[in-house]
Write a protein that binds this ligand. Structure first.
Ligand code: AMP
Ligand code: MG
Length: 351
């Protein structure tokens, strides 16, 4: 009954006069749109500890920049491990046993745990105490002492995370870090907004998480390069269309101590940075979250195990591995659009 009342009231508000002025406003907007041809709008924002760059084909007065920026802030407030106002922070600093998460956070946690199960724990969102021990969360980088590290290692058993709908139970002392998937998840949300706003062409670079939306304005496909982990150049490039291209690499965050390099992707077994002869792994697929989760996971698995994993579980996804020797391995589903840089030794990985 209440609903019906509201509908009747609305009818009075939308009288003839209101409809008339709405039509005029729509016409004005249409004319304004005509006078403002679309061109690439470039903007950037600092969030999730990185620079995010947007290149979006839109009319200059479209305010897509503001729309994307608001979404970046919204997702950051959901997933930040360090912002006391974020939902993840509240989960990490829960009181009592159970925490009721939003549906959105619960879905992300579910998705992560699924990949953790599939990869035998290569992806471990419960590693936060160890990441903290290395100072990767604050920038106060240092090799942790053995006691601090073994203390942190007690709290990273992701198999003990329990979920029932949006209810989450974490063992005492456990804290989660969604750094391995956050930018990929945000990518998907931004792409959704591009689609809602009828954007036909855009290139997103969320701190190295690339998404090629549609094609370039001239009708050719976006070409994405894979960075040489040991230098400034590229080891390969390939075209991408409506795809995320996400790289996990040793060069993206690291510090040096006593002449040794320590990077930010950690092994749950040792608590130390993964050392398996890989420098980077790039995933190419239409889902940013999956690309981000898999880039970290395959990096941790190493070349041999991740090739097996790819063949068995994700043969539809494109993968590019760069080894410490500077050699490139790429999956055969990328073959017809993949160009290794001059002088780079490359190997095709068959399904
Ligand atoms: P990415 O750049 O997507 O590979 O994510 C790396 C980030 O994920 C790190 O900076 C840490 O915050 C976190 N991390 C490091 N090692 C792991 C791991 N084995 N599983 C899950 N997250 C990790
Ligand atoms: Mg990742």
């Amino acid at each position: 009954m209440g609903g019906l009342m509201k509908r009747q009231q609305r009818k009075t508000v939308w009288g003839k006069k209101a409809v008339h002025s709405a039509l005029l406003a729509a016409l004005a907007a249409l004319l304004a749109g005509c006078s403002q041809p679309k061109e690439y709008q470039e903007s950037s924002v600092y969030a999730m500890d990185t620079i995010m760059r947007f290149q979006v084909l839109a009319s200059p007065d479209s305010n897509l920049e503001g729309v994307l920026r608001d979404e970046v802030q919204r997702v950051d407030l959901l997933l930040s491990a360090t912002d006391p106002d974020s939902e993840l922070y509240q989960l990490n600093h829960r009181e009592g046993e159970a925490f009721t998460a939003s549906q959105e956070l619960a879905d992300i946690l579910d998705g992560c745990l699924e990949i953790s199960r599939e990869t035998g724990g290569a992806l471990n969102i419960a590693l936060y105490p160890v990441t903290q021990a290395w100072g990767f969360t604050t920038g106060d980088y240092h090799v942790p002492d053995a006691a601090t590290l073994s203390d942190a290692m007690e709290k990273i058993h992701w198999e003990e995370i329990e979920m029932d709908g949006t209810q989450v139970w974490l063992p005492e002392g456990m804290e989660l870090d969604l750094g391995a998937v956050g930018k990929g998840y945000l990518t998907d949300r931004c792409v959704e907004l591009l689609r809602e706003n009828q954007v036909s062409s855009a290139l997103l670079d969320l701190g190295g998480n690339i998404y090629a939306h549609g094609r370039k304005e001239d009708g050719t496909a976006w070409r994405i390069g894979i960075q040489d982990p040991s230098g400034q150049g590229l080891v390969a490039s390939f075209t991408a269309e409506d795809e995320a291209v996400v790289t996990s690499g040793t060069y993206q965050r690291y510090f040096e101590a006593d002449g040794k390099r320590y990077h930010h992707i950690l092994d749950s077994g040792t608590g130390y940075p993964v050392e398996n002869g890989l420098e980077s792994v790039t995933i190419v697929t239409d889902n940013g979250f999956l690309a981000d989760a898999l880039s970290t996971s395959l990096f941790v698995l190493g070349l041999e195990d991740s090739v097996t994993f790819w063949r068995e579980q994700y043969p539809q996804v494109g993968v590019v591995w760069v080894t410490s020797q500077g050699e490139v391995y790429y999956t055969e589903n990328l073959e017809d659009r993949f160009t290794p840089a001059e002088g780079i030794t490359s190997h095709l990985v068959e399904a």
